[in-house]
Design a protein around this ligand. Structure first.
Ligand code: ADP
Ligand code: MG
Length: 253
């Protein structure tokens, strides 16, 4: 199996408070792995560990072939230099509940900005590619609008296009539809579904059980900082093995 993310026994604490108590989790190339679980169970923290924003304090976390935060030189592990860290982060796209677009820039400039400033893509070429990414999320006609002229669903699709513009090898979604009005949820899930069909490797924290069932290759249930169980979504949803999972599912289904 070609693992893009391989976590084993990942631990993380804020001060004395343990937030991840030994997470085991794997995503293979081209897979969509969905995560559900109660608020405060460590889902966002785990995603932040995967893209290197939080230090892993125990266990092993390999992402895109590297031990996150450390590189092996002269037979020893060294903390990443800022340059190594930046190179790693470029390969991972992240989409949050809040879209965090630049308010004073058009959708097009929001998407082109990373390639221009981070990848050094010439501005004309970056804008042409940005247009293609906006087209991919169905927003070519809105390219010149500012975020406030767009609906929440459209803004989230711009945020997805902005992440895609960096050509990530892995996309992380942290409750991408939780802040949206219900009628805007589907347009965002549709874009994510197409992305999955195109073969993107994705980790998706979501409360959208139907999406997890239809699109997910795997579904993990987080509680108290560990993966309580994981399985193919249909199997986990139909026959949860643990009481915690059953209780959670009966509260959201
Ligand atoms: P989830 O995404 O599953 O809701 P989080 O990963 O956001 O959970 O949070 C897990 C736990 O870590 C919670 O108890 C939360 O209060 C705590 N936590 C999250 N961020 C911080 C922080 N920056 N400082 C201290 N505690 C935090
Ligand atoms: Mg969260």
């Amino acid at each position: 199996m070609n693992a893009v993310v391989q976590a084993s026994g990942v631990r993380m604490s804020y001060g004395d408070v343990q937030v991840l108590g030994g997470v085991d989790f794997t995503v293979a190339s081209g897979e969509v792995s969905c995560i559900i679980g109660p608020s405060g169970s460590g889902k966002s923290t785990f995603l932040r560990c995967v893209n290197g924003l939080e230090p892993v304090l125990g266990g092993s976390l390999r992402v895109l072939g590297e031990e996150v935060g450390h590189s092996l030189r002269d037979g020893r592990y060294h903390p990443w230099t800022p340059k190594e860290f930046a190179a790693f982060r470029r390969n991972i796209g992240m989409v949050f509940q809040r879209f965090n677009l630049f308010a004073h820039q058009s959708a097009l400039d929001n998407v082109a900005c990373g390639p221009i400033h981070v990848l050094g893509t010439p501005p004309d070429r970056a804008r042409k590619l940005a247009m293609e990414h906006l087209d991919r999320v169905g927003l070519a006609d809105h390219a010149h609008k500012r975020p406030r002229q767009l609906s929440g669903g459209q803004q989230q699709r711009v945020a997805i296009a902005r992440a895609l513009a960096m050509n990530p090898a892995l996309m992380l979604f942290d409750e991408p539809t939780s802040a949206l009005d219900p009628e805007l949820v589907d347009e965002v899930l549709e874009v994510m579904k197409r992305l999955a069909a195109d073969g993107m490797t994705m980790i998706v924290v979501t409360h959208e059980i139907a999406f997890a069932r239809e699109v997910g290759d795997r579904l993990s249930f987080f509680a108290d900082g560990v993966v309580v169980e994981h399985d193919r979504p249909g199997a986990l949803l139909a026959g949860p093995r643990h009481d915690r999972t059953r209780a959670f599912l009966s509260s959201v289904l």
